[in-house]
Ligand binder design. Structure first.
Ligand code: NAD
Length: 374
């Protein structure tokens, strides 16, 4: 069986699997092919793939021969008709936001495993692409903010006067938020955090940050690790409490998300005006609308003197490590669908295989996507 690693769409610097990981995969009874130049933006050369026993070839060659196609982003439109029917696609297809693409893939008879949909169980942690990429995004968000802020992050006592530490407000203490807290603390900032899941309070405090208490959040204990929508009353209480922290903050790192839905708006335009000019906001929820009123996805805007960075794919700005951890996630997932002889075995009794399978045998098979089509 041939597994193909494809070159990503223009602008994407990550690659689905780097040479070292591809070499390990190639030793497990499968052949691995890579599209020429696929790793270039992640600083992996065709020669490095070849040295690991990987064949470097064209996308057309891969489309006509591979059983499994690996990518980060969905394949370009033209690819779905170029591949063999029954081909297995593995990547981040975000089907909750991309239903027509899922329908097109089903119609072509392809099996799609979208790793962003994998259930968030302990066993799935090693293949959780949202976590591996969010960890990088949280780290990069703080570095970007520090770069743009016209102040120091750490406190300094110098002969030329003393500098107060930067105050950072982190919205959402999931994977990205927790990494943002840790990074901001390492740089010497004072950090406050808001999250609707009380369960994260201890983690936040153990990182040395202050947790902003707002009573009355909706119970998210049965939402598989994700947050749930809040009542109007809670939202108003949270905004009022957040206003106090916003007014003191030099930096806001916004990461609050609701799976498959528009992100909650946590900073209104009026609240933004409470910040000092020169302050910086990094909105990692930009692709789903953003946590800040006025965020523009994939752009940087300046409002009331505040720089708002709307970047929801900051992990791609660190392509070498982002590709390394993504490739490991994919490798771990492939262990579930490839047997010891290197043959494809789709076991839908396995909750992880079933949980991220979006299309199979000409149908949309994922329950949640089927609901959205009704
Ligand atoms: P996410 O990206 O979906 O959301 C980010 C954070 O925003 C979450 O902590 C959420 O509670 C918070 N949030 C949502 N609405 C908010 C609001 N109105 N105000 C303030 N905060 C709000 O989350 P994530 O990073 O993907 O992870 C969430 C949790 O899932 C983790 O903390 C963890 O418990 C769990 N998880 C489990 C696994 C696994 O077991 N495989 C993997 C990753 C994460």
């Amino acid at each position: 069986m041939i597994i193909g690693i494809l070159k990503e769409i223009a602008g994407e610097k990550r690659v689905a699997m780097l040479p070292d990981q591809a070499g390990i995969l190639a030793k497990s009874g499968v052949e691995v092919w890579v599209e020429a130049g696929a790793g270039a933006a992640s600083f992996a050369t065709d020669e490095q793939y070849q040295a690991k026993g990987i064949k470097v070839t064209t996308s057309a060659d891969i489309f006509s021969n591979a059983t499994v196609l690996l990518s980060f982003n969905p394949l370009p439109e033209t690819a779905y008709t170029a591949v063999r029917s029954n081909t297995v696609l593995v990547g981040v297809y975000q089907p909750l936001f991309n239903i027509s693409l899922a329908q097109q893939i089903a119609h072509r008879g392809l099996s799609l495993f979208s790793l962003d949909m994998i259930p968030r169980t302990t066993r799935a942690q090693v293949m959780d692409v949202l976590s591996s990429q969010a960890n990088i995004a949280g780290y990069k968000a703080v570095l970007k903010a520090a770069d743009l802020l016209p102040h120091y992050f750490p406190m300094f006592m110098t002969a030329a006067g003393s500098i107060a530490p930067a105050k950072v407000l982190v919205l959402g203490a999931g994977v990205a938020g927790l990494q943002a807290i840790a990074t901001a603390k390492r740089l010497g900032a004072v950090v406050e955090v808001s999250d609707t899941r009380p369960a994260v309070k201890e983690e936040v405090m153990s990182l040395g940050a202050k947790f902003i208490e707002v009573e009355g959040a909706a119970d998210a204990s049965k939402a598989g690790g994700y947050a749930v929508e809040q009542s109007e009353e809670f939202k108003q209480k949270q905004l009022a409490r957040l206003s106090e922290s916003v007014a003191k903050s030099d930096v806001i790192i916004a990461t609050a998300q609701l799976q498959g839905k528009k992100a909650p708006v946590l900073i209104t335009d009026a609240m933004l005006q409470l910040m000092k000019p020169g302050s910086v906001v990094i909105d990692l929820a930009a692709s789903t609308g953003g946590n800040i009123e006025g965020t523009v996805n994939n752009d940087i805007v300046v409002k009331h003197g505040i720089t708002i960075v709307g970047n929801s794919s900051l992990a791609a700005d660190m392509p070498a490590d982002a590709s390394k951890v993504y490739g490991k996630n994919i490798f771990n997932f492939l262990q579930l669908i490839i047997d010891k002889n290197g043959e494809l075995v789709l076991n839908f009794e396995d909750e992880l295989v079933k949980g991220c399978c979006i299309t199979h045998a000409g149908e949309i098979v994922h329950g949640r996507i089927k609901e959205l089509i009704k």
